[in-house]
Design a protein around this ligand. Structure first.
Ligand SMILES: *[C@@H]1O[C@H](CO)[C@@H](O)[C@H](O)[C@H]1NC(C)=O
Ligand SMILES: *[C@@H]1O[C@H](CO)[C@@H](O)[C@H](O)[C@H]1NC(C)=O
Ligand SMILES: *[C@@H]1O[C@H](CO)[C@@H](O)[C@H](O)[C@H]1NC(C)=O
Ligand SMILES: *[C@@H]1O[C@H](CO)[C@@H](O)[C@H](O)[C@H]1NC(C)=O
Length: 427
């Protein structure tokens, strides 16, 4: 337990693991997306074969019952790879070590009301969910869940229809094309590399460094040589490491500029609203009912980006494969004050890929309490000094409730989602 607070529940937003590219790239069959000696994949595959015979398993799969449980060996367009599976195995394992005992995983106390799991209807997110749960939960806990489907990659539930979100997004796209236009050398490089990487380097790809970034990851994440194109001349045209470095440096820079865009922020606020409402409603449920204890949203880079932009904690950069944004809910120990609302005793923390971002959330900045976790995970290394106790921040849940109910739509000069979503002529 952490000092004066106990962990009551967690909500996890997950990005799927490593996948194949989203557009056809040249020579994809020569990239090895499987792993040469990953024996635990075999154990996992055996486990799946075994468990899929048990009667409860098709109930567990719910709407995903006809999906393949494991990806194929090769790099397929938009599909999870075995590298991706192993990323989720590792992540599940690490989070189990961090949260397992505190949340009662594997001690036989979890019921189907304690865990809620949503995944989008893509093979890669479903298979990531399964791989994650395999190491995060105990096998007996796994069969207690029923997977649920989110129809939207924003997990917007009842608050999805929003024409203005698209309008703001389009304005942002026009705005952001200026970044590339003002870097003619990068533009030239994008055109050149695109013509080598893609099988069909059409116009929209040729001007999009982000698609190129996505495609190049297929080679880089699997230790594959960068591609070449045999040309009529005496020298082959090849993508070189320094091209990749320049491109990636540029993309990082461009992505950081996005933080300045009000239109992107607005678009993300509208896209993330349904999800944040869902999160807050689960948090309030955890407070009043003590359940669920674990909520998982298995989604995409955009799922995480919408929310981090809306909360003001994004650094602009696309979250890498198997990224996770975690809300931890804490209760202050001791008897609550008389006549004080129960919710006053509760706080949350936001951790993105292991980094505490709570103090950066706009609406938390003035209300955080600082605390020192009692047990710092100690890494014992020779000659290392005693690890410094790191202080951490907790934000009262009242702050997020107030943000959602009172302040969320200020930027739109409205008081509700519906009005904010109307497209007005002035836009
Ligand atoms: C297969 O499932 C049975 C029960 O369903 C279990 O007892 C056994 O240990 C499982 N074997 C493996 C290899 O997971
Ligand atoms: C399991 O762990 C949870 C959380 O630590 C605890 O509340 C519960 O009493 C434990 N149940 C059993 C059966 O040990
Ligand atoms: C494509 O792969 C083949 C072998 O699989 C190799 O000989 C060829 O050079 C590769 N071409 C490119 C463009 O990388
Ligand atoms: C906000 O809305 C009010 C009432 O609808 C209007 O009078 C005011 O001009 C608006 N302000 C801005 C900045 O749009």
């Amino acid at each position: 337990m952490d000092g004066n607070y106990t962990l009551e529940g967690i909500l996890i937003l997950l990005r799927h693991g490593d996948r194949g590219p989203l557009s056809h790239i040249r020579n994809i069959s020569s990239v090895n997306c499987a792993m040469s000696s990953y024996t635990s994949i075999r154990a996992y595959s055996n486990f799946l074969q075994n468990i899929s015979k048990s009667p409860g398993f098709s109930q567990f799969l719910g709407p995903f019952h006809n999906f393949p449980l494991l990806p194929a060996n090769e790099c397929a367009l938009g599909q999870l790879t075995l590298v991706g599976v192993s990323q989720l195995h590792k992540l599940g394992h690490v989070l189990r070590m961090v949260y397992g005992d505190k949340l009662g995983i594997g001690n036989g106390s979890l019921t189907n009301e304690d865990i809620v799991v949503y995944s989008t209807r893509y093979r890669r997110t479903f298979q990531s969910t399964l791989a994650f749960l395999y190491t995060f939960l105990a096998p007996e806990d796994l069969q207690r869940i029923v997977l649920k489907e989110s129809q939207s990659l924003a997990f917007c539930f009842n608050d999805c229809v929003c024409p203005a979100a698209e309008t703001y997004r389009k304005i942002f796209t026009v705005e952001s094309s200026e970044y590339l236009n003002s870097h003619p050398a990068v533009m030239k490089l994008v055109k050149f590399v695109t013509s080598i990487v893609f099988e069909m380097p059409h116009e929209t790809l040729a001007s999009n460094p982000h698609s190129l970034h996505d495609a190049l990851l297929t080679y880089i994440c699997h230790n594959s040589p960068l591609p070449c194109l045999s040309s009529a001349g005496d020298q082959d045209l090849c993508v070189r490491a320094e091209h990749v470095t320049s491109l990636f440096t540029y993309i990082d820079w461009e992505s950081r500029q996005y933080l300045k865009s009000h239109n992107l922020r607005k678009s993300c606020l509208l896209r993330a609203y349904g999800l944040l409402r869902n999160i807050v409603s689960f948090i309030l449920h955890m407070v009043s009912e003590k359940k669920p204890r674990i909520v998982l949203y298995s989604g995409h880079d955009k799922t995480i980006q919408y929310l981090t932009f809306a909360l003001g904690i994004s650094d602009g950069i696309t979250p890498h494969y198997a990224s996770r944004l975690i809300f931890e809910l804490y209760r202050k120990k001791g008897k609550p004050k008389k006549d004080s609302p129960l919710a006053r005793e509760y706080y949350f923390r936001i951790v993105f890929n292991g980094k505490d971002l709570t103090n950066q959330v706009n609406f938390c900045r003035n209300s955080v309490v600082q605390y020192i976790p009692e047990k710092v995970p100690t890494v014992t290394m020779k000659n290392s000094s005693v690890p410094k106790k790191q202080s951490s921040y907790l934000c009262p849940i009242e702050s997020v409730v107030r943000f959602l109910h009172d302040d969320y739509f200020h930027i739109f000069n409205t008081t509700n989602f519906k009005d904010s979503c109307l497209v007005r002529d002035s836009q």
